[in-house]
Design a protein around this ligand. Structure first.
Ligand SMILES: [Zn+2]
Length: 483
């Protein structure tokens, strides 16, 4: 049984992606087009992302709750922009219990409306604010061009929803959660994201302002990996979320919402994968270490397995997520290649000679060949392996950062932008208008990603005009091809 390779990225990137998802056993297509079956290896990757987010949400004062999957259609229509934005993607239930329903029910595409309804009941006075809620759930947005993890009709996510007494506080919270996402993407997923303001055209339907984190994938396309929205009083007015202020006046609350989904799994795959397959950052990898026992005789097998379980105990003591590949009938070489393709950060080989030498041979996924190998004495396993994982995590982030930085360009003319978006992101002075963005998209396939916050100090700076259309610029924005 020979290990079959994935399609090289340079040959066909889309094919490479689907090969990796399938061969690494992450997910597969469901009977209903656009839906996905997330397999254990893919789900464990998501669970690690999820718990890294969940602990950050709790540390910033949020509590988890759960709201219904079905939302009365009348709720969806209460906020004008919201209904306009989501109607084309809605799945609607018209029958239940064998009867036509009096009011159709939307399968939640997002929960601002149903949560807004609850917030109106929960919030009475300024003492009830801020209200900081998060929900882990599935949502449905009908997808015409599905891609596993990247665009699926049903996906998993978290949606945070908060209400505040003042506009300033709500804006501050929107930015705080954007920072939480930035930290999670960078620290856990080793994806050096750029955070910024979305253009009015690209913002969330019903938001005043939307912010996003944008990561660069291995083919230089952008992936919007998380969004944080300042909703102003839009949903408060639609759902009557009012509170009694300290001065005894009735005020509308200011709300925010923010989400990260299973798209992030697609981001991890594409930000780090190479021509051999997946490369997982240790902090989110389902298995940080896989041990492959090597033996020929039964006698060797016993001693190799006994030694492997000693190593396993040391790894468990050091809280390293690991797995011993005990599969029968597969050669060590096959197993080694298989785990390499599946992106395991560190592979350990244990053969009779290692048992004799009381050591293991380690191989790094991110450093191919001899260079990435080292002999680790048994008594150093508990110390050296975690240190190695930290080193790999840092090195993947550095590599992704260097790759991104070498594909970030600045254009001083529309012609330059056209060239630059063929292989990277192009930063221009941008007016932010729909007309201009539509034109760029049609002519170059590149969309506006964001106005990066660390680049733009002020909006509509005097004397700066759009690189493409010449109108007053709103700020500097990145354009690129995107998922
Ligand atoms: Zn323009």
């Amino acid at each position: 049984m020979a290990a079959q390779g994935v399609t090289p990225r340079g040959e066909d990137y889309a094919r490479w992606y689907s090969d990796v998802v399938r061969m690494a056993d992450l997910a597969e297509n469901a009977p209903v087009r656009g839906c996905m079956i997330i397999k254990p290896y893919g789900y464990e990757l998501w669970e690690n992302i999820k718990s890294a987010l969940d602990s950050r949400f709790k540390a910033t004062g949020h509590r988890n709750a759960y709201f219904p999957l079905f939302i009365p259609m009348s709720f969806i229509t209460k906020e004008a922009e919201h209904v306009e934005g989501f109607t084309p993607e809605l799945a609607v239930v018209t029958h239940g219990g064998g009867k036509e329903l009096e009011e159709p029910l939307a399968v939640r595409p997002t929960s601002e409306t149903v949560i807004g309804h609850s917030f109106a009941n929960w919030i009475q006075s300024y003492r009830d604010l801020p209200l900081l809620i998060n929900q882990w759930a599935n949502v449905v947005r009908w997808e015409l061009r599905p891609r596993l993890f990247l665009r699926t009709t049903e996906f998993l996510w978290q949606e945070g929803h908060t209400a505040h007494a003042t506009e300033a506080e709500a804006v501050e919270h929107t930015m705080r959660m954007l920072d939480v996402y930035t930290d999670m993407a960078t620290t856990e997923c080793a994806i050096p994201v750029i955070k910024g303001l979305k253009s009015q055209q690209e913002k969330f339907a019903g938001a005043v302002d939307s912010y996003s984190i944008e990561g660069m994938m291995g083919n230089t396309w952008a992936l919007q990996a998380g969004t944080s929205h300042f909703l102003g009083e839009n949903f408060s007015k639609a759902f009557d979320i009012k509170y009694l202020a300290e001065d005894n006046t009735q005020q509308y609350a200011w709300t925010t919402s923010w989400g990260v989904s299973t798209r992030m799994v697609g981001g991890v795959i594409m930000a780090h994968g190479d021509d051999k397959g997946l490369r997982l950052p240790p902090r989110v990898a389902p298995y940080q270490v896989v041990i492959t026992p090597i033996f020929k005789t039964d006698e060797d097998k016993d001693s190799v397995f006994a030694f492997a379980s000693q190593v396993s105990e040391l790894l468990a003591g050091a809280e390293v997520r690991h797995h011993i590949d005990e599969r029968d009938g597969l050669s060590p070489g096959f197993k080694f290649n298989d785990w390499e393709m599946r992106g395991v950060p560190v592979r350990l080989e244990i053969g009779p000679r290692d048992v004799e030498g009381q050591s293991v041979m380690s191989a790094r996924r991110d450093v191919p060949g001899k260079e990435g190998k080292q002999i680790v004495p048994l008594d150093a396993v508990a110390e050296r392996i975690p240190a190695l994982l930290t080193e790999i995590q840092e090195s993947l982030l550095q590599e992704a950062t260097a790759f991104r930085d070498s594909h970030l360009h600045e254009a001083s003319s529309y012609d330059e932008l056209k060239e630059q978006v063929k292989d990277g992101w192009s930063l221009i002075w941008h007016c932010g208008t729909r007309e201009c963005e539509d034109r760029i998209k049609e002519e170059t396939k590149a969309s506006s990603r964001c106005f990066p916050l660390d680049i733009n100090e002020t909006w509509e700076p005097a004397g700066q005009t759009c690189t493409v259309c010449g109108q007053q610029a709103y700020g500097r924005a990145y354009f690129s091809r995107a998922y």
